[in-house]
Design a protein around this ligand. Structure first.
Ligand SMILES: [Zn+2]
Ligand SMILES: [Zn+2]
Length: 501
């Protein structure tokens, strides 16, 4: 969109029938002074629908289903501002939607709209192109207010450690603090968010629960809708339909946070260590930009990175540790079994003997198991070797089109043993399984991956135990750290009386 710069005012070209082409400008070429928002005119009757739609967002014109006439009226009265999408900065550029500053991620093209060479951001292009002639729209009027007294309708009870975490989360919400919740796999982290969110809704604080994975958004949404029946909750992921409404509580992928700005007074990020969030600076910046200045930030994880672990132990980071599972049984501890050069064996068409023995024992007694491999190629080489013993054995990986069906077949106990890559390290739970990692020394298996894999076992209160074996050709620091982490959690849990037996 282009503007006409008149003496007093900036007007979108499309609103004028006649104009002086010498006065045509792109938003990127205006000064901040020229773009400064107008003072709010309290007499102006703003459109509440536009307020609900745009508040806390950072959107392209084509993403806003209101006419440019109406939007511009709101700009004139100080309720909406045009912001630059791409700004020049110290010889380079910055994308104001995704925070990108990497020169290699900016391209320029001969733009049909502004009729000149126009720079755009490639990093966030999947959400529509932001160029030098693209304004981003921001709501600058009053925020929509809401207030829910006792929004939570839930009759469950929290375990003592969940209750402790829940208190800390409420405190972080009230005092707008940062908090790390380090909870073992199976601690029951969703429930301990309930009271903190209730508190936020009572205080009129807009809240986001963000997670790197769409699966988790889909799983959490109905649970939150159930316990907060009166609250409008939107559920955001690529292709979801809730995009266009205001909600005091938003369950979202970390990607969708790119569409928000200055929106959330409480930001809860689940699985903060998971792909792609942990490795993607853009998503981290998006989460930062989506928070309001004075906001609470709660991170949830079962496997914080090493630096954070240290900060927790030294007291530098406000944190609460939940060392025990909800069902009060200790965490199963992995065994290390040396299996020689497993890679070579598999390439030669043989299953390493210790792995074979483990596998046949499970097949004989009919105990289901997951067997993790470091990569797809080796797993596919191994599959026919395992299938010689039972044709129902399957293998699954991230690009597998039948992924869902195979996981379901495992749930239905049609598949006795499922070979997998790290794709199943999180999220999926089967009630009664054993787990093996073949090649646990491989770089793919970081400390946190191994803790997550071990966390698949013994989740169900009926089957709180299970075998975890790391087959390796040389122990790694990651393996040892993973085992020590689990041992320490069990020790802490025992000392606090959080496990039985
Ligand atoms: Zn961008
Ligand atoms: Zn352009």
């Amino acid at each position: 969109m282009l503007f006409i710069k008149n003496d007093q005012e900036l007007v979108p070209r499309v609103l004028l029938d006649e104009y002086d082409t010498a006065k045509l400008v792109r938003i990127a070429d205006l000064s901040l002074e020229e773009l400064r928002e107008k003072p709010i005119n309290l007499e102006f009757e703003f459109n509440r629908k536009l307020q609900l739609f745009l508040s806390g967002r950072n959107l392209l014109l084509e993403e806003v289903p209101f006419s440019i006439e109406e939007i511009h009226e709101h700009v004139r009265h100080g309720y909406v501002a045009y912001r630059q999408g791409i700004v020049s900065e110290g010889g380079g550029y910055c994308c104001r939607r995704c925070g990108n500053r990497d020169l290699q991620l900016f391209y320029s093209f001969a733009c049909a709209r502004c009729k000149q060479s126009c720079v755009y951001c490639r990093q966030c292009i999947m959400m529509g192109r932001v160029t030098q002639c693209t304004p981003l729209l921001e709501w600058t009027g009053p925020k929509p207010d809401f207030h829910f007294e006792d929004a939570l309708v839930w009759s469950g009870t929290l375990s003592p450690s969940q209750a402790e975490a829940s208190e800390k989360i409420k405190e972080a919400v009230r005092e707008r603090k940062d908090l790390l919740v380090w909870a073992v796999c199976g601690a029951g982290k969703t429930e301990m968010l309930f009271e903190g969110i209730e508190e936020a809704l009572r205080l009129g604080l807009r809240t986001a629960v963000a997670t790197p994975r769409t699966d988790v958004v889909l799983e959490l949404t109905p649970r939150f809708r159930n316990v907060f029946p009166e609250v409008s909750i939107s559920s955001l992921y690529g292709g979801s339909e809730d995009r266009h409404r205001f909600a005091p509580l938003v369950i979202t992928t970390t990607h969708q946070l790119l569409r928000f700005k200055n929106a959330f007074d409480v930001m809860i990020i689940d699985e903060v260590d998971a792909f792609p969030y942990a490795a993607d600076e853009m998503l981290q910046q998006a989460a930062e930009a989506a928070r309001t200045e004075n906001s609470a930030l709660v991170f949830l994880t079962a496997t914080p990175k090493e630096a954070w672990q240290r900060e927790c132990f030294s007291g530098k980071r406000n944190c609460v540790i939940l060392p025990a599972r909800f069902h009060r049984h200790p965490l199963p501890i992995p065994k290390f079994v040396w299996c020689g050069n497993w890679r070579k064996e598999i390439e030669k068409g043989r299953i390493p003997v210790p792995v074979l023995k483990w596998f046949r024992e499970r097949l004989e007694i009919g105990k289901q198991a997951l067997v993790f491999f470091p990569n797809i190629e080796l797993m596919e080489m191994a599959l026919p070797l395992f299938r010689q013993f039972d044709e129902r054995i399957e293998a699954v990986h991230s690009e597998d089109p039948l992924r869902k069906e195979k996981v379901q077949a495992m749930r239905d106990r049609v598949v006795p043993i499922l070979l997998t890559t790290t794709i199943l390290e999180r999220g999926v739970t089967f009630p009664n399984i054993d787990v093996a990692v073949v090649g646990a020394e491989d770089d793919t298996f970081t400390e946190s991956a191994l803790v997550q894999i071990a966390g698949r076992v013994g989740r169900n209160p009926k089957y709180p135990d299970g075998d975890i074996t790391f087959f390796h050709h040389g122990q790694t620091r990651a393996m040892v750290r993973a085992r020590n982490q689990l041992l320490r959690m069990n020790r802490d849990a025992r000392a606090k009386g959080l496990v039985d037996g």
